[in-house]
Design a protein around this ligand. Sequence first.
Ligand SMILES: O=C(O)CCC(=O)C(=O)O
Ligand SMILES: [Fe+2]
Length: 336
Amino acid sequence: MYVDGASTTRRTAFRDAEKRYQLKLVEQFRVSANGKRRGGRFVAEPTDLSDVLDFSVDDERSSRRSLVSTSGTTETYAIDGHPGFYYVKNALSAEEQRTWVRAAVSELCEPPARTNFAKELGELPSGLWNAVQEDLMLFDGAWARPGREVKRGDAEERFFARHLLKKLRWATVGAPFEWTSRVYEPDVPRRAISDDLVELTRRIARAAPEKWTFDAQAGLVNYYQPGDTLNGHMDDAENNLDRPIVSISLGCPAVFLLGHENRDKSPTAMILRSGDAVILGGESRKCYHGVPRVFASDESLEFELPTCLRAEAWDDDAYASYISRARINISIRDID
Ligand SMILES: O=C(O)CCC(=O)C(=O)O
Ligand SMILES: [Fe+2]
């Protein structure tokens, strides 16, 4: 769906910013009772976020943003130096956040949606989420109970549904994207974009004062675990770059870098939080962007999940436990 510049190795202002925010693990040592130094525990090195916009707090960094409109609890902001980009805070209600987390892991990644597994394993059988709950594994193209005990470190471990769920990185809804030829494939089986998703993203797109035409036709669902990143890229496979992209964040917070038309200008860093959305329209539609960092919700108080995603808010603990260590992004595009 995007140009992932071969230039990720070239030193650019964008690349420097990615490095600044990426997760760095440092070994933690402790001295045991007999005076020996023991290591082996890795923790995240603190990251300096003093230059990162956070729409959930009002401080000196807020001078770089301006409130464009308010509708109920939804607030839409523009950011200095990034025409056409909007941050839509509280774009989703508490209930909608749960609905779309549930849909992302139990519907949007289900066949015939294309996922990152297609190349290595072929299409997974349907029911990945239920297979995780029942601790099943992939055997001869179906979910099955393991025939014998599988120990930690055994090669078969990677076929457990719980392991595959951790490796789920993307799913496409609507017209699937062929990453090699970099085109949307018109005539293959697909998971249609539901009316609910069309309606939701249309509503969000209307928050932009430009009132761009936006027809939700294809979507990419990205699944991130803490430590996962999305390299700086520009989405350019869609025919008409005058149409915006609407991109919804769910679960753990992330650092999002919004750059410019090349990688040499310093990007603006901001935190994307659950229930918020961004609109990449106008000039910003052709700008580099990426996600160098996803924070686990228990890393620090400022990254806690909103109450609507914590265990007590669900009737099924499994969703709460997944989303406390995952981020989901649903980006919807108009591809004509
Ligand atoms: O995860 C995000 O917030 C950004 C996703 C994105 O840029 C993409 O899917 O093209
Ligand atoms: Fe993108």
